[in-house]
Write a protein that binds this ligand. Sequence first.
Ligand SMILES: [Zn+2]
Length: 252
Amino acid sequence: MYKLIKKAYLFLLPRKLHYQLEPLVRRVMYHLFYKGNTFYCPICNSHLKKFISIHFKLETDNSCPRCGSLSRTRTLYYFIDKEIPKDNNSILDFSPHRSIYNVLSKTKQNYIANDFDNQFHADTQHDITNLPFEKEKFDLVICFHVLEHIPNDNQAINNLYNVLKKHGNLLIQVPIKEGDTDEDLSITDPKLREERFGQSDHVRVYGKSDLKNKLEAVGFKTEIIDYAETLSTEKLTYNGIKKGELIFHCMK
Ligand SMILES: [Zn+2]
């Protein structure tokens, strides 16, 4: 049913309206087909009959029919809610999912969402390798699924370090593979990138230790956390969260 509605939606409506109308379409779909008492999305506070199973090239995920959040979005939400001090008053978020944007932009904290390509809900469009923000401006920086797109990731990581306050927190997530990082910047063909790095606009797949070493080389104290390990099996199922959504928690 979801696939059919999505196909009709993409086919019938002009492209520029897709993103704007998505919340309305989701609200209608939720009330018609997905409202229930079996599962729960903590981000949009919706009780669900089921999550939508989404199939990517390398994995399957649970999408909330109401807000569109994925397992990793809900993991990030819990991590911020439970583990990050609430007195953060300045947050920089790169290419946030709309569901997280909606939550964090409504808090009293000073929240800036940035997306260079203007594909996500964002307030600014700065290049992560050339940020205009003053040094040590932010208490929390969120950089989920961004670095694997950036050829000069060393510059990006340096900038993340610079804009973060002392004792601030940086949360990073990227696709991870076993062993060493696989990177070849000479590959620019989207099909070859997809075959090798999992997506047409990715320039590498990180090895876990390689990324940790890169982050520690600029001065971050870094923990790699599978937050789902702290939640019960029942809660994971109830909230549609998968194990293995690793967060690189970097402290300055
Ligand atoms: Zn939701």
